[in-house]
Design a protein around this ligand. Structure first.
Ligand SMILES: Cc1ncc(COP(=O)(O)O)c(C=O)c1O
Length: 483
């Protein structure tokens, strides 16, 4: 990719390789209103109304900006139930991008996971993966299986210069297969990159090693490609052996080595929907019957046809390095600025968003008071910034009912692709710095309503003590009448 240098600038800033043509008006309630709103939302950023949020950094899922070509393609969607031209067009693109012949549609990523779990997971099975994702684990455990995380120890070191912290520990994978027996491992799942531990990528070399171990043991190798877009960019820019490969070649090399690939197109392809793809017809036949049962007919699988058109164009755009560099470059800018100020960030910057290490940010807070959840609330109060807790609240309780403390307590500030301008990123950095300087004011949270599954989505919490009012009062003192 051509680097654009600045003539006179103190710092190198990422340059948008697109311009804005459709906008959405934003508003920012006052700090006192923000305290009220977050409490109405049960101190859970998922339950905030978008009209009360200035920067929506909750997720990159389904909120990426579409290109003009994607929007244009949506007009030609073919609504036919059977034999839809939209489906044919999407299949052609999937073949071109991944080289795969077979495609099963699903309404989003977790729907693909449901189908995979239905078709392959039996009680007592073990599914190794570099790291789990919430919905993946829920589907596997629901079928009586369990998840074993085999990330290398480097992956859980919050700050390092390790370029591929999402890598599998290959000897540990081999050992696990030997211990439990290949018959009890329905598939190995590669998550590229890792959502819950900072969007950290895997190297292509590591993915191919995992595929080789699977092949040797007659186990399916499944790639969750939901976050592959950023991972492709990191492979191209961080992996010496791949620096002269095109994004298309990297994509093809990876996909040729996988038995099954699935993805959420709310992320990959800047659209909505999901897909399972493969070159193995037998595997597809095993899953096929579940699509009409749970999703919809095989031509759309619960997706809106216009989304399928947008997905097709978006997947082609994913092969363009000038397109896929945008997310990682903006994230890196935010991470570097906060790191330079002393805010404990996950380093190096990964994909998806900037990740704050809440365990370090709120050093004295016990995990039982949910440091990442508390910090996410404080950031909303300070700046109308909606991040996402990726820590203990996002875990499931252990089978004996005890709280399962997560390995990391992170607040994710997602950077939906092509959505925020640099001044908004600067505003976000400014408010995080203020919260950092006032971190002694932040207190914990306690459960008020705790759902038994995927509790982080709609669980409700309350602050322990009156720390939120104190934080708002300090905001007024420091910022006067500023919003
Ligand atoms: C790695 C990964 N896999 C699967 C999913 C589930 O996708 P969806 O939200 O479309 O159900 C996500 C969503 O965030 C994800 O990040």
């Amino acid at each position: 990719m051509a680097t654009i240098k600045f003539y006179k600038s103190e710092e190198q800033v990422p340059l948008e390789m697109h311009k804005v043509r459709v906008v959405q008006k934003l508003s920012l309630p006052t700090v006192e209103e923000r305290v009220k709103k977050i409490n109405e939302a049960g101190n859970n950023t998922f339950l905030l109304q978008n009209r009360d949020v200035y920067m929506d950094m909750l997720t990159d899922s389904g909120v990426n900006a579409m290109s003009d070509n994607q929007v244009a393609a949506m007009f030609q969607a073919d609504d036919s139930y059977a034999g839809s031209e939209t489906c044919n067009r999407l299949m052609k693109v999937l073949k071109e991008v991944f080289g795969t012949d077979y495609f099963l549609p699903a309404h989003q990523g977790r729907a693909c996971e449901n189908i995979l779990a239905e078709a392959f997971v039996k009680p007592g099975d073990v599914v190794p993966m570099n790291f789990h994702f919430t919905t993946t684990k829920a589907h596997i455990t629901r079928k009586g299986g369990s998840v074993v995380e085999l990330i290398t120890s480097k992956g859980l070191v919050p700050q390092s210069d390790e370029p591929f912290k999402g890598n599998f520990d290959i000897p540990a994978l081999e050992k696990l297969i030997e211990e439990v027996g290949a018959d009890h491992v329905p598939f190995v799942r590669i998550e590229a990159g890792t959502n819950l531990i900072g969007g950290q990528p895997l190297s292509m070399e590591n993915m191919l090693q995992v595929a080789a171990v699977c092949k040797k043991n007659g186990i399916l190798c499944v790639l969750d490609a939901s976050l592959l877009q950023d991972n492709l960019y990191f492979i191209k820019t961080r992996e010496e052996a791949c620096k002269d490969m095109s994004i298309r070649d990297i994509m093809r090399t990876i996909s040729e080595n996988m038995d099954l690939i699935y993805f959420s197109s709310r992320k990959l392809g800047f659209a909505r929907g999901g897909a399972i793809i493969s070159n193995n017809e037998k595997l597809i036949i095993k899953m096929k019957e579940f699509i009409p049962l749970y999703e919809g007919f095989l031509t759309y699988g619960g997706m809106e046809v216009r989304s399928m058109e947008a997905m097709a164009v978006g997947l082609l755009e994913t092969l363009d390095e000038e397109v896929i560099c945008q997310g990682p470059m903006f994230i890196e800018h935010l991470v570097k600025e906060l790191d330079a100020y002393g805010v404990p960030m996950i380093l190096p910057a990964g994909g998806l968003g900037a990740h704050i290490n809440a365990m370090e940010f709120l050093k004295d807070m016990p995990q039982s008071q949910f440091p990442a959840g508390s910090l996410a609330v404080a950031l909303y109060i300070a700046g109308g910034i909606r991040g996402m807790e990726r820590g203990t609240l996002s875990e499931q309780r252990d089978p004996d009912g005890s709280e399962h403390f997560s390995e990391m307590e992170l607040v994710r500030l997602a950077c939906p692709r092509r959505v925020f301008t640099l001044s908004q990123i600067k505003y976000c950095a400014d408010r995080v710095k203020w919260v950092y300087d006032n971190r002694h004011l932040i207190g914990g949270l306690k459960w008020v309503e705790e759902p038994s599954t995927l509790r982080f989505f709609f669980g409700r919490l309350a602050p322990i003590g009156d720390w939120q009012e104190k934080l708002a009062a300090k905001f007024r003192e420091d910022f006067g009448d500023s919003l």
